[in-house]
Design a protein around this ligand. Structure first.
Ligand code: NI
Length: 161
């Protein structure tokens, strides 16, 4: 278990496409544990593996009061509706910006035991799934902003993803 350094938004690694996980072995389990340690340390509620420099399709999300989610090779198979959210990212602490996300998504992937999992999500969970899966494709939320001038300064890292 270890807290890993989170890459800053201008790191080129964050712009690469992550690879699918072929075997869910002990190295993947360790990665997931370290990602949870890292996210808990920062007060964030979601994290994707490339944010800690690992270009593999692994994401975690833990919303306050909800069970933790780890999803391997996640894909969004359905999107509906739209919500405007003030989103922030652990790679760009101190800022939030208004972006549009789907109101509801259905995602599928495998859990840490290799079991096929399907998640129907709305609101913040839908936003977080869309944000984290964007990370796996080299996309940051600032790419969805009309302009960087729309970024707002915030205090702390609570609730970033
Ligand atoms: Ni992020």
């Amino acid at each position: 278990m270890a807290v890993l350094p989170i890459l800053p938004a201008n790191d080129p690694i964050l712009r690469q496409r992550s690879k699918r996980v072929r075997n869910i072995d002990s190295s993947i389990e360790r990665l997931i544990d370290d990602m949870f340690d890292t996210m808990h340390e920062t007060g964030g509620v979601g994290l994707a593996a490339p944010q800690v420099g690992v270009l593999l399709r692994v994401i975690i999300i833990e919303l306050p009061g909800d069970d933790p989610i780890a999803l391997i090779n996640p894909e969004i198979i359905k999107r509906s509706g739209e919500q405007e959210v003030r989103e922030g990212c652990l790679c760009l602490p101190g800022y939030r910006g208004k972006v549009k996300r789907p109101l509801k998504v259905t995602a599928k992937g495998k859990d840490r035991n290799g079991k096929d999992t399907r998640i129907k999500a709305a609101g913040l969970l839908a936003e977080a799934l869309d944000h984290e899966i964007d990370h796996l494709n080299g996309i940051l939320y600032i790419d969805h902003l009309e302009s960087m001038e729309k970024l707002e300064r915030i205090e702390g890292e609570e609730g970033l993803i």
